[in-house]
Write a protein of this length. Sequence first.
Length: 199
Amino acid sequence: MAFIVVATNNAHKVDEYRRLMAGEDVELQSLLDYPGCPAIEENGTTFAENAGIKAMEASRYCQMPAFADDSGLEVEALDGAPGIYSSRYAPTDPERIAKLLKELEGKENRRARFVCAIAIAWNGEVIETFEGEVRGVIAAAPSGSNGFGYDPVFIPDGYEQSFAELPPEVKNRISHRANAFAKAQAFVEEQLSLLGDLL
Ligand code: ITT
């Protein structure tokens, strides 16, 4: 069995990755299993840069192959905000949502997208980075209790319910995280098959 660590302290992300990796012969750990790991400063200017920083630090600290997820919500009418500052937008999920809805008051364009960058690192170096997105609109009010973060106000294109109302299987099939993860998975499988050809 192979081991990999996901460089996150966000239990909801860990849960989504566990579901995305169901059926793989891989044991997924997270920084929640390494409480001594010092806080990692996310001082990059893009999702990809921040994912790289988290993955590098985790692979170094945990001495394991690692991947990280930096993600967030980009809202068209707010020029892409909160973007990489999505988790720092306000102290709690309900406050973040309230602030977002207030900023959008009176604005006609409610288009938005979730973005997720996944970086894979080993021995303190980034090997590759992947990006996924899901497009949709911001609802007038929050609804639903599945998921986390901005899920109660994000309605993905093609659906009428928010990510927090839709079953987790649906979110995990179409989300920014699922799209980025599929690219990372294809890359890893290709590398393993190249390695297999060499051996
Ligand atoms: P780690 O850095 O430890 O992974 P974090 O939650 O701080 O945890 P980010 O810096 O990547 O992670 O910030 C992502 C934020 O974007 C997250 O806290 C949510 O507010 C929002 N977000 C990302 N993906 C989301 C999703 O699938 N559903 C709802 N909100 C999401």
